[in-house]
Design a protein. Structure first.
Length: 323
């Protein structure tokens, strides 16, 4: 009897509701020149980025009490000015500062919920057909072999809830895109084989530790973007051969940095889940009313408001005891 009670007690202690983690991610592309003008350069080993912003970037600092006021002061900086980033500045201020820039491009904002020590995966993209080869059929027709691949944003994460509201995140993020829409072929004559368009791939796999509702940045992949600018005189610039006398072409290469911001939210019990569901339902309703999904400016504003720190609780004034 005592052994059964002991076993039952152990089972009850083990059979408890596991904590969950809701991960919000912001995948953003921003020009490296813009980061330099703002006083930060994540592509160089030395410089203002490492000296004054390194602790905030890797998420080792503690969140300041008045992060909203700091973000507001940062967002008021003019183009070309040097912004001094102190060690106590949270990554949220850096993100909200980037959201005020017109050349900051939000690629995706995936969100996923996972149980403690369980892997979750979210894919936002398309399943494109890619021709991989061709063969001659019996009736004389051509048979083309097609292979489908996912093109878009993939986010995998495995959370582990630690003590003191810490979250250990195993994150794998991948972005694939089609670089050329024109199908390529190899061979010549009747022996040509379609090989499909060219795709680009940027992936990152890391392990990070963050506090509950703390925003960290775990990526800084840089790529070159080549832009072809054509300036020509209307009508005359389209004349064959002679048109080159009335138009100019120039290539501009810019470096784009891919930044991945992560914000984990620990959901401990059913009460937290109900409150979090109500919060997300209100956000969806507001987005539908404002239609910010089709408005890039509205999307940036929505991301900034979503990552803003919660307002401090109001303190009731106690009446003074007068004699």
């Amino acid at each position: 009897r005592s052994g059964y009670q002991t076993l039952l007690t152990v089972i009850r202690e083990l059979d408890t509701r596991r904590k969950q983690v809701f991960l919000e991610a912001v995948i953003m592309e921003v020009s490296v020149d813009r980061l330099r003008r703002l006083g930060m350069n994540p592509t160089e080993a030395g410089g203002a980025f490492e000296r004054s912003f390194f602790r905030a970037i890797v998420g080792l600092n503690k969140a300041p009490e008045e992060i909203a006021s700091i973000a507001q002061s940062l967002s008021g900086a003019t183009t070309g000015s040097a912004v001094t980033i102190l060690d106590t500045v949270n990554v949220r201020a850096f993100l909200q500062l980037l959201l005020t820039q017109s050349d900051a491009n939000i690629l995706s904002t995936p969100q996923v919920l996972a149980s403690d020590n369980q892997k979750a995966k979210i894919v936002v993209g398309e399943n494109r057909p890619f021709p991989t080869g061709q063969a001659q059929g019996i009736t004389g027709g051509t048979l083309v072999t097609i292979e489908r691949k996912d093109v878009g944003v993939t986010l995998e994460m495995t959370p582990q809830v630690l003590e003191n509201d810490l979250v250990r995140l195993e994150v794998k993020q991948e972005i694939t895109a089609i670089a050329e829409n024109v199908a390529q072929t190899i061979g010549s004559g009747t022996a040509t084989v379609p090989v499909g368009p060219t795709t680009t791939k940027r992936s990152m796999e890391t392990i990070a530790i963050a506090h509950d509702q703390q925003t960290i940045v775990v990526g800084g992949l840089v790529r070159d973007n080549i832009v072809l600018n054509v300036q020509k005189v209307p009508f005359f610039g389209d004349i064959p051969l002679l048109g080159w006398l009335f138009k100019t072409e120039s290539k501009q290469t810019e470096k784009l940095s891919l930044l991945v911001f992560l914000t984990p939210h620990i959901i401990k019990d059913e009460v937290d889940m109900v409150e979090f569901n109500a919060k997300k339902a209100n956000e969806v309703g507001r987005l539908q009313q404002e239609n910010v999904i089709t408005d890039p400016t509205g999307l940036k504003r929505e991301v900034g408001e979503r990552l803003s720190p919660p307002a401090p609780p109001l303190q009731e004034e106690k009446p003074e005891n007068r004699p």
